[in-house]
Ligand binder design. Structure first.
Ligand code: XUL
Ligand code: CO
Length: 436
């Protein structure tokens, strides 16, 4: 069969000195870092919606991207070409996984039944492509934010007919994710939030969202889907406020609605930026609560208040991410999904390929740096040592929860000077720099 991207070469590791823009300088799939290979640590994934559907549009301008299917008019034929194109590109880039929303890969329909029929045809094609290519599904999801019916949210819509439709759509998306051997399934709230509190019954909306996710979890179990369910935080955009604001807000939500055993988090770098956190904060919080599932790897622009979804090229950021991921014992069934789009002026296929290479190399370097910090031991050792007071004396009693306020007052009443050890922030920041 004719290739969709015949001009894209196989991308391979050539080392830091290569001048070849279609080679990896740092990502060396089989190189061991610690106890695993780079490929085992990093588990990269391509996002169908950006890499196949992204055209470079913005609120001021139309499509700039030039793609092989531009002259094809039949939407089902375009869908077939793009899916084949995705398998080709991931294979040439040695990206082992991809992710998709239901409506990314096949045209919508007048009814849910019609949309499902279109989806089934493309799922059939995808299964046969999986026999021909090594690419596998990291996660599937449902697009519950694009169609006008979802203007007020899906599970949090004030309109129960929209809630019902969304449930039907997620049911099907879970089925096809299972059929394609998906390792995870993602819930991203999209418009689960509000534009104004003036028209919003927040209590009912949150309860409905909790019920919706309980039904989704139950249905996943009913059909024997053994992948991990993931929920993705984002504080705003497209709506003014989204309930899944950040990792900590979701942790509270999962506890209230009885979902902590079954849902973990898919954490996105740019969403952390929008929430006013570093991505390290978000990954760290999820790690200590045991809910770090997967990562949408991109980067935002700290000077802009929107979700720019840029390819990750900031070495400092990827190092801090890989530090948390290594301390988490890896991503397990999750991966690093490039939920990232090329800039509007980067309109060629070469730009798309080189953007993925840049992201993969930046994470490879981040992995090496983070592994260096952990093997060196000074940084994690400093943190452990900072809390050593909790190992004996009054600290041990506090750790054992064997004291009351009255006991602590009695202990403190006549103590004169309490001067904690230095936090040594500047020293630690320069320590991190040694590994970059
Ligand atoms: C939107 C976003 C989504 C989710 C999947 O900001 O990140 O693409 O990752 O719905
Ligand atoms: Co995302």
């Amino acid at each position: 069969m004719k290739q969709v991207f015949p001009d894209v070469p196989d991308v391979r590791f050539e080392g830091p000195d290569t001048k070849n823009p279609f080679a990896f300088r740092y990502y060396d799939a089989n190189r061991k870092v610690g106890d695993k290979t780079m490929a085992e640590h990093l588990r990269f994934s391509m996002a169908y919606w950006h890499s196949m559907n992204g055209g470079g549009t913005d609120p001021f301008g139309t499509v700039t991207a030039v793609r092989p299917w531009d002259s094809v008019t039949d939407p089902m034929e375009v869908a077939r070409i793009k899916m084949r194109g995705l398998f080709e590109l991931t294979t040439k880039l040695t990206i082992p996984y991809f992710c998709f929303h239901d409506r990314d890969v096949a045209p919508d329909g007048e009814t849910l039944r019609e949309a499902n029929r279109n989806l089934d045809e493309i799922v059939g094609l995808t299964k046969s492509l999986m026999e021909e290519f090594p690419t596998r599904l990291l996660w599937g999801t449902a697009r519950l934010f694009f169609h006008p019916r979802y203007m007020n949210g899906a599970a949090t819509s004030p309109d129960p007919t929209v809630f019902a439709y969304a449930a039907g759509q997620v049911k099907k998306a879970l089925e096809v994710t299972k059929e394609l051997g998906g390792t995870n399934y993602v819930f991203w709230g999209g418009r689960e939030g509000y534009e104004t509190i003036l028209n919003t019954d927040m209590g009912r909306e949150l309860d409905n969202m909790g019920f919706f996710l309980n039904m989704a979890r139950d249905y996943a179990k009913e059909i024997g889907f053994d992948g991990q369910l993931l929920i993705e935080p984002k504080p705003m955009e497209p709506t003014k406020h989204q309930y899944d604001t950040d990792t900590a807000a979701i942790w509270g939500f999962l506890q209230e609605y009885g979902l902590t055993d079954d849902l973990k988090l898919n954490i996105e770098t740019n969403h952390a930026t929008l929430a006013g956190h570093t991505i390290q904060h978000e990954l760290h919080f999820a790690r200590v609560k045991g809910i770090l599932g997967s990562v949408d790897a991109n980067q935002g622009d700290t000077l802009l208040g929107w979700d720019t979804d840029q390819f990750p090229t900031d070495l400092y950021v990827t190092s801090s991410m890989m530090y948390e991921i290594l301390l988490n014992g890896g991503l397990h069934s999750g991966g690093l999904n490039f939920d990232a789009k090329v800039r509007r002026p980067s309109y060629t296929v070469d730009d798309l390929v080189q953007a993925h290479i840049a992201g993969m190399d930046t994470f490879a370097r981040g992995l090496i740096a983070a592994n260096g910090m952990i093997e060196d031991g000074e940084l994690p050792g400093f943190v452990a040592d900072r809390y050593r007071g909790y190992q004996d004396g009054i600290g041990k009693q506090i750790s054992d929860r064997s004291v009351t306020f009255t006991d602590l007052e009695a202990w403190a009443l006549d103590k004169k000077v309490m001067h904690p050890a230095s936090g040594r922030q500047e020293y630690l920041e320069s320590l991190v720099n040694r590994f970059l």
